[in-house]
Design a protein around this ligand. Structure first.
Ligand code: TRP
Length: 327
């Protein structure tokens, strides 16, 4: 039997190149080796965007199409809408008994995000989302969770909850392991260390050719390099990070030419946007298909969620029996 992996995306907008390099690309490879579940985390999206539900709903389709367009095969994977799996809500309540408020308060990712969003007094939902995320992972007995570095504290918490549950009530839940992404984080086109939807510095998988070209043109380079004859420093150039990530065959050569003023920023950017556009073209084509067949997209989500509910029901029954929540 194949091992099961579960990973998820918050549905707060379309996915970008940072998501692609950090996770989507590896999902495509993993789907053959593992029984793959992709969670559309629309409830978790509400923890930060509850005042903008009109943004979350279309993102459910956008995130699904982003995943499908890069090559995830709906015949192989299971796409699940978090809000419609009742087991996730139920397990969250049971697990909440086993988590101290202080451990959530001290969670470094919660702290960073609270600062980023400017939260002072945290909502119960936001503070507790790592508990809900534990339910995301355990309802389907996932063995492995492919994630980036920032999610490690959450997976550690999940493991703690599972361990505590199994110690108290007997072996019931599968302890998940993090499968850490090895690719370094992709900076935004403005040079900010993170490419982010809310930061306005992202290149989206669904951007058209002209948009990608224009965004790359505006990207930050070595600001000390003014004239074409100035020698550049690729080590402090954002465009260079992208060449390394998306144009690895030419990367060393480009660095060399930049250092010796043999290529200008305009040409260097042109090469990058051509490379990106060549990579994105087949994704755009697939996406266009799904945009014209939204019923198919909905059916993929509906059937994946139905399968998740079946599995989740069974997990809740085991959890209730273990906790003696029975008649
Ligand atoms: N918290 C994750 C993020 O912000 C998204 C997510 C929700 C997730 N549920 C999950 C990731 C379960 C892995 C497993 O990216």
């Amino acid at each position: 039997m194949k091992k099961r992996i579960l990973t998820g995306d918050r549905t707060t907008g379309r996915l970008h190149l940072g998501h692609y390099i950090g996770s989507l690309q590896s999902r495509v490879k993993l789907q053959d080796e593992y029984d793959t579940f992709i969670l559309l985390a629309d409830v978790q999206a509400l923890t930060t965007h509850f005042e903008r539900p009109e943004l979350i709903n279309p993102s459910i389709y956008d995130v699904t199409m982003d995943n499908l367009s890069v090559g995830l095969d709906p015949e192989k994977i299971t796409i699940v809408q978090q809000s419609h799996v009742s087991a996730i809500a139920e397990l969250t309540v049971f697990y909440s008994m086993l988590v101290s408020v202080n451990s959530l308060r001290h969670n470094p990712t919660i702290k960073t995000e609270a600062k980023q969003y400017g939260y002072g007094d945290l909502t119960y939902g936001f503070l507790g989302y790592p508990v809900s995320q534990t339910a995301d992972i355990t309802f389907c007995n996932a063995d492995l969770v492919p994630v980036g570095e920032d999610q490690i504290p959450h997976i550690e918490l999940s493991r703690k909850i599972v361990r505590r549950f199994n110690d108290l009530y007997g072996e019931t839940l599968t302890a998940p392991k993090a499968m850490l992404s090895e690719t370094p984080r992709l900076p935004g086109i403005d040079g900010n260390s993170k490419m982010g939807k809310s930061l306005g510095n992202a290149i989206y998988l669904s951007d058209d050719r002209d948009t990608v070209t224009a965004k790359v043109k505006s990207a930050l380079t070595d600001t000390n390099r003014i004239a074409l004859t100035d020698k550049g420093n690729p080590d402090i150039c954002t465009v260079n990070v992208y060449h390394k990530a998306f144009n690895s065959e030419e990367h060393a050569n480009i660095c060399d030419m930049c250092r010796n003023a043999k290529i200008g920023c305009v040409a260097c950017k042109k090469e990058l946007s051509n490379k990106l556009n060549d990579m994105l073209d087949p994704f755009r084509e697939k996406r266009a298909y799904y945009e014209q067949h939204l019923d198919e997209v909905k059916e993929i989500i509906r059937s994946g969620t139905a399968k998740a509910n079946e599995i989740g029901r069974e997990t809740v029954q085991r959890v209730q029996a273990a906790m003696k929540v029975t008649l």
